[in-house]
Design a protein around this ligand. Sequence first.
Ligand code: A1D88
Length: 260
Amino acid sequence: MEYKNIKFEKNNGVGILTIDRPKALNALNFETVSELNACIECIEKDQDVKVLVITGGGNKSFVAGADIKEMSTKNPVEGRIFGKAGQDVFTRIENLPQPVIAAVNGFALGGGCELACACDFRYASDNAKFGQPEVGLGITPGFGGTQRLPRVVGRGYGKELIFRANVINAEEAYRIGLVNKVVPQDQLMEEVFKVANQIAGNAKVAVQLSKAAINRGINCDVVTGISYEDEVFALCFSTEDQKEGMAAFIEKRDKHFTGR
Ligand SMILES: C/C=C/C(=O)SCCNC(=O)CCNC(=O)[C@H](O)C(C)(C)COP(=O)(O)OP(=O)(O)OC[C@H]1O[C@@H](n2cnc3c(N)ncnc32)[C@H](O)[C@@H]1OP(=O)(O)O
């Protein structure tokens, strides 16, 4: 499929999705959100993609937020339609069966920080900047930021970032747990691919079921979460990779997973 504002490629089981409007610092206009949705819908069904990496085009920005110029003339009905479109695609990313890593290579502001929070975890380049500037523009975060950011960094830091609309650097983002690792900008993709390949080398069904169990458990009580873990744990014993992984350990040999 041809896209105007995003790029998608695959390399050895790792999908790389780039938000690619560098002249607008990869800001998300309606067209970009729609393309993102179409691309994520394809990835959901693509068995070849074991891990997805999301990054931004150019070397200055991951995503500098929703497109302010486009939003500036919207009425409440249009605002709701735009907000819902962004929320739906970010929820779709969060619920993708495959793990998703955000490679944050610059500004992750507003919708950009929300996109990063919809990913399973985040690595950042040392020039990355994070923030939720929405209240300084007269709006609330609208692509899930009021919900996901406090769940990632905790209520106190989440509320402070949203209320102050301040921008923090990569080291501060690391300190509050918003990113897992900070690396020099020219090493970001290499480092992220290393991690993505490591995940892609593990038993695919077990990785995907682990993600589903974590996501489900985080949104419910621990007893319900644990009972879901029961189900996915048992399900793993129906896979070829469970037989192979354990046989390889016992026979002291390399494992050869098939993803089944
Ligand atoms: C539901 C979600 C809501 C939201 O996400 S609200 C939006 C939240 N985001 C922001 O408030 C960030 C807005 N952008 C900025 O504050 C600045 O940019 C930066 C600090 C990120 C970078 O500043 P600098 O290095 O001086 O670059 P530059 O000249 O401002 O930007 C280059 C071009 O990119 C466009 N641009 C940047 N961010 C956005 C955006 N969020 N929406 C639309 N356009 C954007 C600019 O306008 C300009 O373009 P031109 O050269 O044509 O003037």
